[in-house]
Design a protein around this ligand. Structure first.
Ligand code: CA
Length: 241
């Protein structure tokens, strides 16, 4: 797993207008070894973003002036930095809206700062895997796993030109496989890389999503053996010939 660990320290930009919440987050992230910059408004956040290029953004939805949604849209025009939304209540944002805006995840207040730090680390692990070769290949439109093309920004995938209508975790699995065709991943590794709360999921969750991803690849005309089962170990994307 060493190859997917992000290089510390990562600088996190925390955009939160409530000083006590901002300070809690700052304390917790610093304890976990992150560098932290605070911003109280979206406007301030965007100028810090331009100056310092943080490795991660935690973004409150309810900000005075520019809303968190607008800030996220603006960030996405300029950068691929991972964005985690903070929302005041479930329902202020749904997962689909957040993802359409290009956010990576969201956390509902009140949250434990430790949980938040764990979520940041999980997202960094996930984006580290796809942050290298597959993203750059996808942005130039080249196939990343021979036939499989991933567009992480628009969260789209295709097989030999046929669009794959993938659900969230199917897309996550495809992204991981595309980055390293041939590499064998255990169920635990896939869980860790793709799921936001790995500890709450079961091994058979991975199996179920692999099964549905395989079905969609088959529907798009892909051969049956694109995703190889390694009995008692896990899965890999078929090694390119
Ligand atoms: Ca707020």
């Amino acid at each position: 797993m060493a190859s997917v660990t992000p290089q510390p320290p990562c600088r996190v930009l925390v955009v939160e207008d409530e000083p006590s919440i901002a300070e809690n987050i700052e304390y917790s992230l610093r304890t976990e070894g992150f560098e932290v910059t605070l911003a109280g408004t979206g406007e301030e956040a965007l100028s810090i973003l331009a100056e310092t290029g943080p490795g991660f953004v935690i973004l409150d939805v309810g900000l005075p002036g520019m809303s968190g949604f607008d800030v996220c849209r603006e960030i996405r025009h300029r950068s691929n930095v991972p964005v985690l939304f903070l929302t005041a209540r479930e329902g202020e944002i749904d997962r689909v809206v957040g993802l359409e805006l290009g956010a990576d995840d969201y956390v509902v207040k009140p949250f434990s700062p430790r949980e938040l730090a764990a979520r940041v680390r999980a997202i960094l692990r996930r984006t580290a895997v796809v942050g290298g070769e597959s993203v750059s290949q996808a942005s130039t439109g080249k196939p990343s796993a021979v036939g499989l093309v991933i567009d992480p920004e628009r969260r789209r995938a295709s097989w030999n030109g046929t669009t794959l209508n993938l659900a969230r975790y199917e897309f996550g699995l495809a992204e991981v496989f595309a980055a390293h065709p041939g590499r064998v991943y255990t169920r635990d590794q896939l869980m860790d890389l793709v799921w936001d709360e790995p500890e709450a999921s079961l091994d058979r969750t991975v199996d179920a999503h692999i099964k549905s991803l395989r079905a969609k690849l088959r529907d798009a005309g892909g051969p049956d053996d694109l995703i190889v089962t390694h009995r008692g170990v896990g899965y890999s994307w078929k090694e390119p010939a």
